[in-house]
Design a protein around this ligand. Structure first.
Ligand code: HEC
Length: 184
């Protein structure tokens, strides 16, 4: 049986409306509410910056890269002071150490199991196969960052030995974890 022309038009319009509504629903899906919320629980496909849909693993990788970019940006300033590439400034060091400590506390959540399959990740599969050791390095990083904050709160007038020791420990945590769990 053949549909009359008007009927066929109705079907086409309905299909069009359905596709518009479903893309609207997608656009309203939060793109990154943080790993502590929906994404850690399994996540939903959201929209990437370019408008294309992203699977939860790739979305989690973006979040993780953003986190490490912020960590490197904030700790980098301290590293420059430590290595004499920038003059020591106690107030800036303390501010950036506090930020690093906050960000360090977020690292563990940035590696949910479902993110193991993300495209373009430099994370070694060992992270998920050897989680206890990874968690230990994550904790060291958080503890040493907090110790750096404490050292600067005690004395931020000069680049004290305590500051240097604490900052060196944090820099060592970056390296230890990258050597073990980041692929080149
Ligand atoms: C407990 C492990 C761990 C610690 C500690 C750690 N990192 Fe990383 N970092 C990683 C892993 C794993 C990746 C790769 C992430 C991926 O591509 O999935 C990474 C990636 C990065 C990246 C690249 C981000 C991108 O956009 O691709 C930078 C920059 C970085 N880390 C800087 C640092 C700095 C600076 C520190 C210390 C202040 C640090 N990391 C501490 C594990 C760690």
């Amino acid at each position: 049986m053949k549909f009359p022309t008007s009927h066929r038009l109705l079907i086409t319009v309905t299909a069009l409306l359905l596709s518009v509504f479903s893309s609207l629903a997608m656009a309203q899906t939060p793109a990154g509410e943080g790993m502590g919320g929906g994404m850690a629980a399994g996540g939903e496909a959201g929209m990437g910056a370019g408008g294309q849909t992203q699977n939860p693993a790739d979305q989690a990788l973006k979040y993780r890269q953003a986190l490490f970019t912020l960590i490197a940006g904030n700790f980098g300033t301290i590293g420059n002071m430590l290595q004499g590439r920038a003059e020591f400034n106690g107030a800036t060091a303390l501010k950036n150490a506090e930020r690093t400590a906050q960000l360090a506390a977020m690292v563990g959540d940035a590696f949910p199991d479902f993110s193991k399959t993300a495209t373009g990740s430099k994370s070694s599969a060992e992270i998920w196969d050897n989680r206890a050791e990874f968690d230990k390095l994550t904790k060291d990083f958080a503890d040493h960052s907090a110790a750096l904050v404490a050292a600067l709160k005690k004395d931020s007038k000069t680049a004290s030995t305590e500051f240097k020791t604490a900052a060196t420990a944090v820099a060592g945590d970056c390296k230890a974890c990258h050597d073990k769990f980041r692929t080149k």
